[in-house]
Ligand binder design. Sequence first.
Ligand code: ADP
Ligand code: MG
Length: 339
Amino acid sequence: MTDVIHLLPDHVANQIAAGEVVQRPASVVKELLENSIDAGGTSIKILVKEAGKTLIQVTDNGKGMSVTDARLCFERHATSKINSAEDLFSLKTKGFRGEALASIAAIAHVELKSRRKDDEVGTCIKIEGSEVTSQEACVTPVGTTICVKNLFYNIPARRNFLKSDSVELRHVIDEFQRVALAHPSIQFSLFHNGSELFQLPEANYRQRIVNIFGGKTNEKLVPVEEDTAIVKIHGFVGKPEFAKKGRGEQFFFVNDRFIKSPYLNHAVTAAFEGLLKDKAYPSYFLYLDVDPKSIDINIHPTKTEIKFDDEHALYTILRSSIKHSLGQFNVAPVLDFDR
Ligand code: ADP
Ligand code: MG
């Protein structure tokens, strides 16, 4: 009998990995934005067409890439962000898996232009289905522009699975807002089919929330602040009288990363106990800073779920600090006269 096991060719392995990292255009937006932030960009511009199905372009003024790095960044497990497994416990960057660009390049037409500040000319590279089709010197500003066209062009099943433009655009905007809320000191803009959706100047946390959700938001925000040995918390909760029926603006950030946590969400809801009308959900923008050693981000490729060492203590601290803030700002219960 002959042996039957063989290693998959790179482009096949990349396409499989892409299935986990890239679900839809919004996933590409998230990965590219995170790379621009990791590169130290202070101004980041995003253009999308047809909700990102045909074009997603992200331009930053970050540190740029060398000619060799511009080629290497599309290889799987190619990263400048970690060197060893220990580094996983002291992560300061959004990325570390070295998978995003390899995945995206396996399922789209990608063009990258990049220049470092000390390089006279930049480099422009084109790649399709994991194959580099050209690389040449080019004139380009300091920083990086990545252009992703025709997402899932070689996986019709995935392309057909995409929702309408309005649904996909909603996902793009969600990812954009999550990243923009986590980094108020960075300028962001988002354009769709040529029209400007967001133009966010450098701001503080409160101003950034107001710039995204509108001027009326300002008066609704109650500040939350807590400093303990295991967690530092800052941010805002919405006053109970403004709580809406549907799940509205609910954001947790841990070490500047948007995360989903039904458990911590429960802690917030518990803090609002007795203050909300039936079926109303509190809104919140809560930023938690913890020791990177006390969390594991590497439990899912998209990194929106993380594991905390001491989830229970976090729950208790979060609930009590929100209760305290709501009390301090004299927030009275909402009496339900409709009943
Ligand atoms: P990761 O972010 O996990 O390292 P990626 O595939 O997203 O993996 O990116 C691979 C590498 O390409 C990064 O580690 C970084 O060195 C480089 N890179 C990607 N995007 C940019 C950018 N906008 N500016 C500068 N370097 C970048
Ligand atoms: Mg990355």
